[in-house]
Design a protein around this ligand. Structure first.
Ligand code: AMP
Ligand code: ZN
Length: 121
């Protein structure tokens, strides 16, 4: 998609610090890390977000999780533990409309529920 930041990163138009790549998945360091390890895993195919996952394109999600497990193991992060997050839509704070999974680790991570406002009760 020509107007998409992450498509431009995957295509090399915008620089990134790549940490992993295969035929389906590209992974790079987040420009504003919130943890010592903060890597974004994205499908090379443009998908808008979790809401854009369909029976036709969902196979790439397993490729992404395989990549996350492989990369986490390669840097020893699986020993200490890590978190995988995908924000979808406005309330979750999604800012880039290309499906991505944040890999967060390298420190004790707070419980996410404590950050939530109870807006849906
Ligand atoms: P989200 O807010 O869940 O949509 O995540 C988007 C993420 O992309 C944020 O954590 C940003 O810091 C990150 N980001 C934005 N622009 C870039 C960039 N050029 N290179 C790497 N990460 C970026
Ligand atoms: Zn895209």
């Amino acid at each position: 998609m020509s107007d998409c930041l992450f498509c431009k990163i995957i295509g090399g138009e915008i620089p990134s610090t790549k940490v992993f790549e295969n035929d389906y998945v590209y992974a790079f360091k987040d420009i504003s890390p919130v943890a010592p390890v903060h890597v974004l895993f994205v499908p090379k195919e443009h998908i808008s977000g979790v809401s854009g996952i369909t029976p036709e394109n969902s196979a790439v999600v397993s490729k992404i999780f395989e990549a996350i497990a492989e990369y986490a193991h390669s840097i020893g992060l699986d020993e200490s533990g890590y978190r995988v997050v995908s924000n979808c839509g406005e309330s979750a704070g999604q800012t880039v409309m290309h499906l991505h999974f944040h890999l967060l680790g390298g420190a004790m991570l707070g419980k996410m529920v404590s950050d939530c406002e109870r807006s849906h009760e």
